[in-house]
Design a protein around this ligand. Structure first.
Ligand code: ATP
Ligand code: MG
Length: 205
């Protein structure tokens, strides 16, 4: 039976977590593995609410933090855990790390410890990959009218710094994404293939 792995791709806005999660899922499927690709906010009702709140300045960061934790609790219990038990490798585009970083950067009253505590029922990923980029570059890739409330340069500089600090502390794999998409994806694939090998999970050559 295939052993499972819970992989998270996270990082600063516009670094490419959605793109690279999809590419990685496609690559691993071609390698003969059962893959479940998911994202946060999730597809739950709370996830839908959160997507609207991300465009709304009047929602306080504490409300965002509570809702993200609730959405994740459901997402983990009803989807991720189930899929792992069915033998899928799960790839999530964003997870707890996004909450820790974004909500704590938004308000001094929100501590990393509090966010961690709120999220203590959500299972831990086996692998977290942090995509890093200069926010000036990532914002330039985006359509200006679609920007969410988090997306301004000075806020994102702060977000970027905290992602890097925490990634080093927690031993996450950091990849800079200012290179061409194919090269970035290849680095991610090599990293994941190594981990699969260490875990004894067989892949097609
Ligand atoms: N290395 C790259 N070179 C050029 N364009 C890129 C690169 N990586 C991603 N992009 C493009 O940048 C845009 C943002 O990528 P993507 O949506 O994957 O980022 P994201 O991290 O998921 O963003 P968000 O935080 O908004 O969810 C997309 O149009 C994507 O195709
Ligand atoms: Mg995305």
């Amino acid at each position: 039976m295939q052993q499972t792995l819970f992989i998270v791709i996270d990082g600063i806005d516009g670094a490419g977590s959605t793109l690279h999660s999809k590419l990685l899922a496609g690559f691993l499927s071609l390698k003969g593995l059962k893959i479940h690709l998911t994202q946060e906010p999730s597809n739950s009702e709370i996830g839908k609410l959160l997507r609207n709140f991300l465009k709304d300045d009047k929602i306080p960061p504490s409300t965002d933090a509570l809702l993200f934790a609730a959405d994740r609790d459901l997402h983990y219990r009803n989807e991720i855990k189930m899929k792992l038990e069915e033998g899928y490798i799960v790839i999530s585009d964003r997870y707890i790390e996004s909450s820790i970083i974004y909500q704590s950067c938004q308000s001094e009253k929100i501590t990393i410890e509090w966010v961690k505590n709120l999220n203590k029922f959500a299972g831990k990923p086996d692998l977290t990959i942090i995509l890093d980029i200069d926010p000036k570059m990532s914002l330039a890739r985006k359509n200006q009218k679609d920007l969410e409330k988090f997306e301004d340069i000075s806020f994102l500089e702060q977000v970027r710094k905290l992602y890097i600090t925490r990634a080093k502390e927690e031993g996450y794999f950091i990849i800079n994404t200012d290179d061409i998409i194919e090269l970035v994806q290849e680095k991610i694939q090599q990293f994941v293939l190594n981990k699969l090998k260490v875990k004894g999970i067989q892949v097609k050559e």
